[in-house]
Design a binder for this molecule. Structure first.
Ligand SMILES: [Mg+2]
Length: 176
């Protein structure tokens, strides 16, 4: 089946985090997609879990949504980092913890309606605490939740961050 064909992609702006293009694609039926698209680097999200199956969450203020959110630690890939390298670096930067055992879970597009961001999820186990080194703009509070309490927080809407919901429920659904 013939699909959409990209006709034009014009640069709109570039920031230190992402760049934006204005893209146009056409379908043989005559349908046209005309969108501004955010091009992000890949990112990693980490479900760090201790031997009692408690989950390490962080609470931080998210400027776009004007509120604090409870989330799994996560971050963007720097330079040529692999997603696993990003996961290992960000877990330590944001929480101080290091993990011995890393299990790739899945990957997903965070917001494919307007963004290219692809996020890689990892399970991080056998944790040892250390000193966090957040960016100066990051004020991060750690919260450990029992596994069932984390699921309850998803169910009751206390966790509203998509990557956190997806990763927690992925582990729950597949018995990880
Ligand atoms: Mg982060």
């Amino acid at each position: 089946m013939p699909g959409y064909e990209l006709k034009t992609s014009e640069p709109v702006m570039e920031t230190n985090i992402f760049r934006v293009t204005h893209d146009r694609a056409e379908h043989p039926s005559g349908a046209v997609l005309d969108r501004q698209i955010v091009h992000n680097r890949p990112a990693a999200v980490m479900l760090a879990r201790d031997t009692e199956r408690r989950v390490l969450l962080i609470r931080q203020y998210r400027l776009p949504v004007r509120k604090e959110l409870l989330e799994l630690p996560a971050g963007r890939c720097d330079g040529n980092e692999t997603p696993l390298e990003t996961a290992q670096r960000e877990l330590t930067e944001e929480t101080g913890y290091r993990a011995v055992r890393w299990t790739p879970l899945t990957d997903f597009y965070s917001a494919p309606g307007f963004s290219t961001e692809r996020m890689y999820a990892f399970l991080a186990e056998e944790l040892t605490p250390g000193t966090a080194s957040p960016e100066p703009y990051e004020i991060i509070e750690q919260e450990w939740l029992a596994w069932d309490d984390a699921l309850k927080a998803v169910r009751e809407g206390d966790i509203r961050d998509a990557k956190t919901i997806a990763t927690l429920l992925y582990c729950e659904a597949f018995g990880l």
